[in-house]
Write a protein that binds this ligand. Structure first.
Ligand code: CA2
Length: 147
């Protein structure tokens, strides 16, 4: 099983500032934990980050064209702005789970709306970087129960 894990703008800076909101882990730490989980289940993960909206759109298309079984995406600020990412997710057959490290609903009003959520199978919010593990675990379980 192949799962793509996508991270949007500025998440390459995770762990380097605002630890009170996002914690101390870096994106590399997050990837490392996900790899440990994936390896236990013979799952391949493809972990990527981009600061460019179009690149994230291209990767969603790639997930569909290359028969990935799921995508986990933290779209970061594009969550609240991107019709292009909504349309990309709505236009592929691959199930997508949206993850946010922080509880966006406890923050500024502009973070309360997600353009992507209606196109995703689910959303995990406010559980820190553990949200990525929960999302991956969801796809692992889906894969194992469909065998
Ligand atoms: O809580 C989340 O995961 C967010 O997707 C993070 C985005 C924010 O725009 C969303 O509203 C919620 C921000 C990503 C930037 O993250 C940084 C973390 C630490 C240092 C610098 C950037």
């Amino acid at each position: 099983m192949k799962i793509m894990i996508l991270n949007g703008p500025n998440l390459n800076r995770l762990g380097k500032r605002e630890p009170e909101i996002y914690g101390h882990e870096t994106l590399q730490d997050v990837e490392h934990k996900l790899l440990q989980l994936a390896n236990k289940h013979e799952v391949t993960i493809d972990f990527r980050q981009s600061n460019h909206e179009g690149e994230l759109v291209d990767w969603l298309h790639e997930a569909a064209d290359n028969a990935y079984e799921g995508v986990v995406i933290n779209p970061a600020a594009y969550t609240h702005t991107s019709v292009a990412l909504h349309d990309a997710i709505a236009g592929i057959d691959v199930p997508v789970i949206e993850v946010h490290i922080s509880n966006v609903h406890k923050r500024e009003a502009f973070r309360h709306h997600s353009y992507l959520a209606p196109a995703c199978i689910g959303q995990i919010v406010g559980l820190g970087t553990y949200g990525y593990q929960l999302a991956l675990q969801t796809f692992i379980q889906k894969g194992e129960s469909s065998r």
